[in-house]
Design a protein. Structure first.
Length: 223
C-alpha cells in the first residue's frame, strides 16, 4: 500500500468514525457559521432547478437543504463510507433519496464517472488535499455555472491549529492531516477556468467564497 493510498484510507476511517458526531452536532446546533454563509452565497447565485455536486459531502446536510430550496438533484462524493451511510439515511428520511446519488472514493479519481453539475460545492475539502490543483481543475471542469468552497485562512492561529491536529492524530498512527493553501493561488486557479468571484466572507478560521462562470461571448450570428 503506497503513501497516498494509506492517507486516503486513514482519512476515510477517521471521518467514518466522526459521522455520528456530525449527526449529533447538526441536531443540536444546525449548520456552522461558515456553512450558513456558503448557503447564502449559493442561494444568491440561484439554486432553482440546479444539479448539485458536493465533493466531500459528509453527511449530506448541506445539499439536502439546497434540494429543499429548489435544486433538482445532487451527487455527493466522499472518502468515508460512514459519512455516506449517514447521507443516504438522512436523504431517505427527508424523502430526497430519489434525487440523490452517492459515490465512495477520491473525487479526482472518480471525476470521469460523475456527471457535470450546475453548482459544485467543496466545504472544507481543499484543505484535505496536499496537491489541491488537480482537485480544483477536475471539479471546475465539471461545473457549468457556480463554484462554491470553504477553505482555511492562511494565518498564524489557523496554522497552529493544523499543526496541533496533526500531532494529535499522529499519536494514534493516523496519516490524515489538513493543509493550508495560499488563497491567492486558489483564487487565481479558479479565475483561470473562467469564473469570477461573486461572494466572499471570512470567519476566524475560514474563507467562504462563491464564484460564477462568465457567460460565453456570442459569435457573429448571435449564438
Amino acid at each position: 500500500m503506497n503513501c497516498c493510498t494509506t492517507i486516503r484510507t486513514d482519512t476515510g476511517r477517521l471521518f467514518s468514525w466522526l459521522a455520528a458526531l456530525h449527526r449529533l452536532q447538526f441536531r443540536l446546533f444546525g449548520f456552522e457559521k461558515n456553512q450558513r454563509q456558503l448557503i447564502d452565497g449559493i442561494k444568491q447565485a440561484g439554486v432553482s432547478g440546479a444539479e448539485l455536486l458536493e465533493i466531500g459531502c459528509g453527511p449530506g446536510y448541506l445539499h439536502h437543504y439546497l434540494l429543499q430550496c429548489g435544486a433538482a438533484r445532487a451527487t455527493g462524493v466522499d472518502l468515508a463510507e460512514g459519512m455516506l451511510t449517514e447521507a443516504r439515511s438522512a436523504a431517505q428520511t427527508a424523502r430526497l433519496n430519489q434525487c440523490t446519488d452517492y459515490r465512495l472514493g477520491d473525487f479526482v479519481e472518480l471525476a470521469d464517472e460523475i456527471r457535470d453539475a450546475d453548482i459544485t460545492i467543496l466545504d472544507k475539502v481543499v484543505c484535505c488535499y496536499p496537491q489541491w490543483q488537480p482537485l480544483l481543475d477536475r471539479s471546475l471542469e465539471k461545473t457549468r455555472r457556480v463554484y462554491a468552497l470553504t477553505y482555511p485562512r492562511n494565518r498564524f492561529a489557523t496554522r497552529a491549529g493544523v499543526r496541533a491536529m496533526h500531532r494529535i492524530l499522529s499519536l494514534f498512527r493516523c496519516c490524515y492531516q489538513p493543509y493550508i493553501h495560499d488563497p491567492e493561488q486558489v483564487g487565481k486557479r479558479i479565475r483561470e477556468h473562467g469564473f469570477y468571484l461573486t461572494y466572499s466572507v471570512l470567519t476566524t478560521a475560514w474563507h467562504t467564497q462563491v464564484y460564477s462562470r462568465r457567460s460565453r461571448p456570442k459569435d457573429a450570428n448571435g449564438k
